[in-house]
Design a binder for this molecule. Structure first.
Ligand code: ZN
Length: 374
């Protein structure tokens, strides 16, 4: 049985304004004969010349360019999408190189933003594709500008809050999106088509409590599951971009490459929840910013506070166990303290956190996301 909330349980049970940094584009291959560069893809009956033309005129938004995003971006750029907008808030770190296949040691040494490093690499792979890198935290206030004119959203994020935002944005602007997630050797993929399939909130109405789900930074992750999930997402993307929605995998696909378990939870239109807050009642709370976590620097304390609009109680025991691999963790009934990336994280029972050792809001958000999971 697939478990969106906690991939680990599956194993146990079943065994602001965006900063547009540049555009890599060349006219060199515009109008080149499709039978050359894309010949093997055109030969594939599912795509053909007509499908390739549709791909060439398509516009894709990729949110998050870490592990999944790297692989998705490379596949779609090689496949010849018309344009890809890559939005990511992070920069290349040494620990990324094991699985984030677009990045090099040079990118890490230069501390390049992932979106920028990705744009450079992708421009060298296929100069006919317009690649826009946007260094930003995708949130309620920035998503509209990013989604305008896009045909499809690809999920390369690492947190639930952004995924729920993508779900709302997909419904508001009628743009399909393809969810993907992985941790350890376990991964999941599902394509959501507004009002034709269930949406994310039909499957999981509420965000999991902070810290309840493992993350790659607490439970690790291996390269093969990243490539597998990203490959599944990219295949669904090609079906959507070529208009072959009849071929979509109408299942939530779950794979554990270490435990050798594969499952698919069938989802069709009948699986839509009429009481779903998002696609049923039309309450797009994440898009309206009502559910967004707030981050603010704490005056004179070299710290950032992250608070939730809707407090969600956390259970310190399992979080402490999960974070133990990162370094010393202590907790009492009121709060939990852990160290990460040179910062100290203090987490309170209502999901609020203080990240000490930085005044950079995005860095603090990133640490919260990596440790706590949303
Ligand atoms: Zn729904």
């Amino acid at each position: 049985m697939c478990n969106l909330r906690d991939p680990g349980r599956h194993r146990a049970e079943t065994g602001e304004a965006a900063l547009v940094t540049g555009t890599a584009v060349s006219e060199r291959f515009e109008g080149s004969d499709l039978s050359d560069r894309y010949s093997r893809q055109v030969l594939f009956p599912g795509i053909g010349r007509q499908g390739q033309e549709r791909i060439r005129h398509s516009r894709v938004l990729l949110v998050g360019c870490g592990a999944l995003g790297s692989v998705i971006a490379e596949i779609l750029v090689r496949a010849g999408v018309g344009s890809i907008t890559i939005a990511d808030r992070d920069y290349v770190d040494e620990t990324n190189l094991q699985r984030q296949s677009l990045f090099t040691e040079e990118d890490w040494r230069a501390s390049l933003p992932k979106a920028v490093a990705a744009e450079r690499r992708l421009g060298a792979i296929n100069s006919a594709v317009r690649v826009h890198s946007v260094v930003t935290h995708v949130r309620a206030g920035t998503i509209e500008e990013l989604i305008a004119g896009q045909d499809l959203i690809l999920d390369g994020t690492d947190n639930f809050e952004t995924r729920y935002l993508l779900n709302d944005a997909s419904l508001r602007w009628n743009v399909p999106w393809v969810y993907g997630a992985c941790v350890g050797a376990y991964g999941m993929c599902v394509a959501f088509v507004p009002r034709r399939t269930p949406c994310l909130r039909c499957l999981l109405e509420l965000m999991p409590p902070p810290g309840s789900a493992p993350t790659c930074d607490t439970a690790g992750v291996i390269g093969p599951i990243v490539h597998l999930v990203a490959a599944m997402q990219s295949a669904e993307a090609l079906k959507l971009l070529t208009g072959r929605t009849d071929q979509l995998n109408r299942s939530l696909v779950c794979v554990d490459l270490w435990e050798n378990r594969y499952s698919a939870l069938g989802l069709d239109e009948r699986g839509r929840n009429p009481d779903c807050p998002a696609c049923g009642r039309g309450e797009l709370e994440f898009l309206e910013g009502r559910m967004e976590g707030q981050a603010e620097p704490m005056c004179g304390r070299n710290a950032v506070q992250i608070s939730r609009s809707v407090p969600r109680p956390v259970d310190f025991g399992p979080i402490a166990e999960r974070l133990a691999a990162q370094g010393p963790v202590t907790h009492n009934v009121y709060l939990l303290k852990a160290s990460f990336g040179g910062c100290e994280v203090v987490l309170f029972r209502d999901g609020r956190a203080i990240i000490r050792g930085t005044q950079d809001i995005e860095e603090a958000r990133g640490i919260y996301s990596k440790l706590i999971g949303d």
